[in-house]
Design a protein around this ligand. Structure first.
Ligand code: AP5
Length: 193
């Protein structure tokens, strides 16, 4: 099973990806969480990525690919993955697709888009800022992350709809209900492997 979560910041990608990974026994690969871990560990990638993360800008593609490529290929070899936040632009999606074309059983099988209104998103992120202290959860960075999603990530929805693998889910429900809707939609595709 090879899935991708695409959604605005705060829509529940990480929350649902973790549950999906446990349910389908596949790897959860969050580009944002991996980048934050690189920053916290003070690695070369972390040092180069830190300012982008703080501002809510996209980290340069070469760093993201360096970090994700082997992990995605390894996960594909061991049962599959749920990708959370990567690919995040048309350019990343096309580059990942061209790599996947050359290797069997690596390419995405379904893309889950969680639809949540902006007022709810802001409330969730402000609530999280109070207890997690993520550097990009202040109001200025949140507004910028929304703009980046609109310009850079939203075009992915048409890209994957065109390939017939986009599943739109109402993300503005309790966590368990969102999860149930995702499972029903994914299972209805009868994906094997
Ligand atoms: P990333 O970590 O991907 O952050 P994001 O897209 O801004 O998303 P969030 O983690 O804020 O939200 P989420 O949708 O995962 O929701 P969550 O489940 O946490 O990326 C961070 C940064 O890394 C980027 O800005 C960029 O700089 C860089 N980056 C990452 N990938 C990149 C890439 N491919 N290329 C370049 N740069 C990249 O939930 C949010 C809150 O809501 C939580 O508190 C949760 O408990 C709560 N919640 C979840 N579901 C519900 C629900 N149904 N009802 C009520 N509350 C809920």
């Amino acid at each position: 099973m090879r899935l991708l979560m695409v959604a605005y910041p705060g829509a529940g990608k990480g929350t649902q990806a973790e549950m999906l990974a446990a349910h389908y026994r596949i790897a959860h690969l969050s580009s944002g969480a991996l980048l934050r871990a690189e920053v916290n560990s003070g690695t070369r990638i972390g040092k180069l990525a830190a300012d982008y993360l703080r501002r809510g800008d996209l980290v340069p593609d070469e760093l993201v690919f360096e970090m994700m490529r082997i992990r995605v290929l390894e996960a594909a070899r061991h049962g599959g993955y749920v990708l959370d936040g990567f690919p995040r632009t048309i350019h990343q999606a096309e580059a990942a697709y061209s790599v996947a074309q050359e290797i069997e059983d690596v390419e995405l099988q379904a893309v889950v888009y969680l639809k949540v209104g902006q007022n709810e998103l802001r409330q969730r992120l402000r609530a999280r800022a109070g207890h997690e202290g993520r550097t990009d959860d202040d109001d200025i960075a949140i507004a910028h992350r929304f703009e980046v999603f609109e310009t850079e990530t939203e075009p992915l929805l048409a890209f994957y709809a065109g390939r017939g693998i986009l599943l739109e889910i109402n993300g503005e429900q309790p966590v368990g209900d969102v999860f149930g809707d995702i499972i029903s939609a994914v299972d209805s595709l009868h994906i094997s492997g």
